[in-house]
Structure formats: C-alpha cells, structure tokens
Design a protein around this ligand. Structure first.
Ligand code: ARG
Length: 294
C-alpha cells in the first residue's frame, strides 16, 4: 500500500498537533469503484429520502459527483469505473454493488425489484476485472451494509440486507461477522450510521449514530469501540456519517460541520464535498464508493 501524498491542504488547516494528545493519522492508498450518475433521477421511492414528485437535476448530480471523483484522484486513489445502465438510476450508489475483500467479490442481491438488475451488472464487472465472484444466495446490499473494520466485518440488517447474508459472509470470508440492527428508516444502510475512520487492525476507529441502532447493537458498539466518535443527529441527517476515510483524509458531506470539527480533534483531515443532488436519492459520499480490496 502506498502512502498518499498530501495535496491541496492549506497551511492553517493542519491540525495543531499536541504531542501525546492527538494520534498521528496515516493515509494508506485506496482503490475504489464508482459509477457516473448519467442516468440519475428519483423515479421511485425505496427510502424516506426519495420523493419522485421532487425534480432532480442530472447535470448537477454529474457535476457534484465529478468533484468527489476529482477529490479521490487528488488523494492518489486508484479509481475504476463501471458503465452506468439506462433505467438504473441508483447505480451511482456503487457501494451497494457488492463487498470485496482479498480479491473475492461477494455479489449483491437487492431487496427492491427496482434495483435487482444492478446485482448481475456489478458481478459482471467484478468478473471482467479479475475478481473471484461469489454469487449471493441471500438478500444483501453489499458495502452499504457491510463494513470491514480491522479483521471484523460489521454487518447491518433491519431494512435491506437479510441477517442470513451475514452467515453467508462468514462462510465466504472466514472472518468474524458482527450483526448490527438498524431501527431508523432514514438510516437504512449501515454506511449511513457508521463511518469507518481507521480500518487498520489494532487501531480500529469508527464514528456512529447510536439512535440508528437497537439497544443490543449500541451496547456492542460501545463495548468494542469505546473511543469512537459519536455523531450528532444534525450531522447524521445530512448523511455526514456516509464518509470515506483513508486513515487520515476523510471525505465527508460539507454540511456536516460538527463532524468535521470532531474529526480534526481526532487528528484527521476532513475534506467536505457537496452531494446535495445525490442526497435526494438517499445517498452520500460513501454510497458512491465501493472499496476494491485486492
Ligand atoms: N436510492 C438508493 C437506495 O435506496 C440509495 C442507496 C444508498 N447507498 C448506500 N450505500 N447507503 O437503495
């Protein structure tokens, strides 16, 4: 893994390091899959954010998405693109296309018929890119609900991915899988309620919104991640937790002001982007990003 060269950082932006109080955060290279929102619109409603009666602006969505792409490029990430397909407006949310660790791509099997054709489309991409594709038996929405933290897979259920897919995960990846139950329909995917800030084994660090989970799951998160950042309801409501981190740089919704402050306090370098148009579909930064771990 290569270390990301710092770019575009204003001198004043560097966190005032107080040795001993703030950990030195290190970026490691990232490889991601994205999908240009060429056909983006809100044509159906499968989450509370979506309102087909509200007009959407596809060129604005494209322009905002491009800023995210350019940001990743500037951070030195390797970016792959999957071709968008007409009639699949949610394909831009690449995180749902599967879950990839060690070159193995566990395919998605979508909950709602509107998105079901995306499953095979992403699996075809994985196969052509040389990944070892595992066809899913159980309903699951990929990295939208599955997050790798250290050697553990945090797996969401409650709205989309079926809990049986968590057993499938265990079998395929042979890692510990921790089930977390989501209870607020506005935070219907795990990546809307948890942000993985550092996935490095031994220095795992996350941020989350406690109210998005049932009691048992909150207790579990508290116990496992005592030093986690607790997000505010306000920041979560702009999908602030739907963020992508390389261990140092954390790309977040620019409107998540308090989260940005918290990240700085913890030694990270937050980078705000505005994806307001894609928020109309119920997705943000992380939703548009599928990590490819080869
Ligand atoms: N409209 C999409 C859906 O409801 C948004 C998906 C957001 N993706 C995510 N990883 N949270 O399925």
């Amino acid at each position: 893994m290569s270390t990301v060269v710092e770019t575009g950082e204003q001198p004043g932006e560097r966190p005032a390091q107080q040795p001993g109080t703030r950990p030195e955060r290190r970026a490691t290279g990232r490889s991601v899959l994205m999908c240009r929102p060429e056909h983006f619109t809100v044509a159906y409603r499968i989450n509370p954010w979506m309102n087909p009666a509200m007009p959407t602006n596809t060129s604005l969505a494209l322009a905002q998405w491009q800023v995210l792409y350019d940001t990743y490029e500037r951070l030195g990430y390797e970016i792959e693109l999957i071709d968008p397909i007409t009639g699949l407006p949610d394909m831009v949310y690449a995180a749902n296309g599967g879950f990839v660790i060690d070159g193995i791509a566990y395919g998605a099997s979508f909950t709602h018929p509107e998105r079901q054709p995306e499953g095979p489309a992403y699996m075809q991409w994985f196969a052509e890119a040389g990944f070892d594709v595992r066809e899913p038996v159980e309903v699951n929405e990929g990295e939208g609900d599955f997050l790798l933290v250290g050697d553990t897979i945090l797996a969401g259920t409650g709205f989309r991915s079926h809990s049986r897919s968590h057993d499938e995960l265990t079998k395929i990846f042979g890692r510990e899988v921790v089930t977390l139950r989501l209870v607020n329909p506005s935070f219907y995917h795990l990546d809307t309620a948890v942000a993985v800030l550092d996935a490095t084994p031994g220095q795992e660090h996350i941020a989350y919104l406690p109210s998005a989970f049932d009691e048992a799951s909150v207790a579990l998160l508290r116990e496992r991640y005592p030093d986690a950042i607790i997000a505010t309801e306000t920041d979560a409501a702009v999908l602030g937790l739907n963020a992508f981190s390389d261990g140092r740089n954390v790309v977040i919704a620019s409107r998540a002001a308090d989260f940005s402050r918290q990240l700085r306090e913890h030694g990270y370098h937050p980078i705000g982007v505005d994806l307001s148009e894609l928020l109309l579909g119920g997705g943000g930064v992380k939703c548009c990003t599928l990590e490819l771990r080869r």
